[in-house]
Design a protein around this ligand. Structure first.
Ligand SMILES: Nc1ncnc2c1ncn2[C@@H]1O[C@H](COP(=O)(O)OP(=O)(O)OP(=O)(O)O)[C@@H](O)[C@H]1O
Length: 337
């Protein structure tokens, strides 16, 4: 039985950008009308192109960014109505791992210092001896062995993949229920990516930690969230969401269909027979000036007048939710022509 861990209810996040001296600030709807649930122990993928609002949503879930409106619930409680003690517990339970592992670690501190410090100061352990023991266990869990070899190192002495593992170790030391992994593999060598994805899957299975995996890369989202859920964003709005297997098997929204058609296949024969979805425009409009009606309509091959006027709601369709006026009538997607 799925139990909601984190819920976003009708969340909007507007940034305000200066448009010139004496001119009013322009609102940028980086996330609009977001409803999303991450269940206990689930791997949820959040995908979309640059500027879609992924990092904004990740930071809202992490409690680092307060949305302009809407509710953020952790275990059913609004995080902005929590007592100090409850909020502290939530912040320990939800950890954020960012893409730039170098920037996330203090370059003048050893790994031991960076990992022991937070659990001592947050009183997760009683003393330094216990802290060191826990840190060694965490390093073993993230496959940095022997741990003693890594404790005295500085971030610059480690590879990108090893630093990303250190960040995972720092996150699991807080005994989290959810780790938000924001593009965790985009800055490491392709050959090492799969190992980090497998590590996250293992932490999910062995420690029942839920993951919010944020990425622009559908292939890695499909791989890691194959038994979980996927939410696709376009210019700050959800266009399709549901179980990953259902959504990616038969994508319903034309934007997701186009994204899937663009994932290259190594076999040239299949690649040449793969179905293409020619978009009307390759240019991504600005989120500061989103198109009227359906935000995808200027690029959508199926768009008509209604799409340019009326914003589509997310509605149930074939076992998932999809925001498209023509979802019932557009040709069913198939992988090959
Ligand atoms: N602090 C800010 N002030 C003003 N605008 C912002 C701020 N942070 C983000 N934005 C804008 O909000 C939009 C969504 O940004 P966000 O970083 O959430 O998207 P993203 O999908 O994570 O993209 P990327 O993969 O490029 O990081 C972008 O147009 C961005 O320029």
């Amino acid at each position: 039985m799925d139990k909601p861990l984190m819920e976003l209810k009708n969340v909007d996040m507007y940034y305000y950008k200066k448009s010139g001296l004496f001119k009013p600030k322009i609102p940028i709807g980086a996330a609009v009308g977001i409803n999303m649930t991450i269940n206990e122990g689930e791997i949820a993928a959040l995908v979309g192109e640059s500027g879609g609002g992924k990092t904004t949503i990740g930071n809202i879930v992490a409690g680092l960014l307060k949305p302009t409106s809407g509710e953020v619930l952790f275990e059913g409680k609004n995080i902005y109505k929590m007592t100090r003690a409850e909020f502290r517990k939530y912040r320990h339970s939800v950890q954020l791992v960012q893409q730039d592992s170098y920037a996330s670690l203090n370059p003048v501190h050893t790994i031991e210092h960076s990992l022991v410090g937070p659990i001592l100061s947050r009183k997760i352990v009683k003393n330094r001896k216990e802290a060191l023991q826990k840190v060694k266990e965490a390093l073993l869990r993230v496959e940095l062995s022997p741990p003693e070899m890594f404790l005295e190192k500085y971030p610059h002495q480690l590879s990108g993949g090893q630093r990303q593992r250190i960040l995972m170790a720092r996150a699991i030391l807080m005994n989290p229920k959810l780790i938000i992994a924001d593009e965790p593999v985009s800055m490491i060598d392709v050959s090492l990516r799969i190992a980090i994805l497998n590590l996250m899957s293992r932490l999910n299975r062995e420690m029942n930690i839920a993951f919010l995996y944020i990425t622009h890369d559908l292939a890695t989202a499909r791989y890691i969230a194959q038994n979980g859920s996927i939410t696709v964003l376009y210019l700050g709005k959800i266009v399709e969401t549901g179980r990953t297997a259902t959504v990616l098997e038969r994508p319903a929204h034309p934007y997701l269909q186009a994204l899937l058609s663009a994932v290259p296949v190594p076999d040239p024969d299949i690649e040449s027979r793969k179905r293409k979805l020619p978009l009307k425009s390759v240019d991504m409009p600005s989120v500061a000036k989103p198109p009227s009606g359906c935000r995808f309509h200027p690029r959508c091959p199926y768009a008509d007048e209604k799409c340019s006027i009326e914003e589509p709601e997310l509605i149930p369709f074939n076992g998932r939710l999809c925001a498209c006026h023509h979802v019932e009538t557009i040709p069913e997607w198939s992988y090959l022509e």
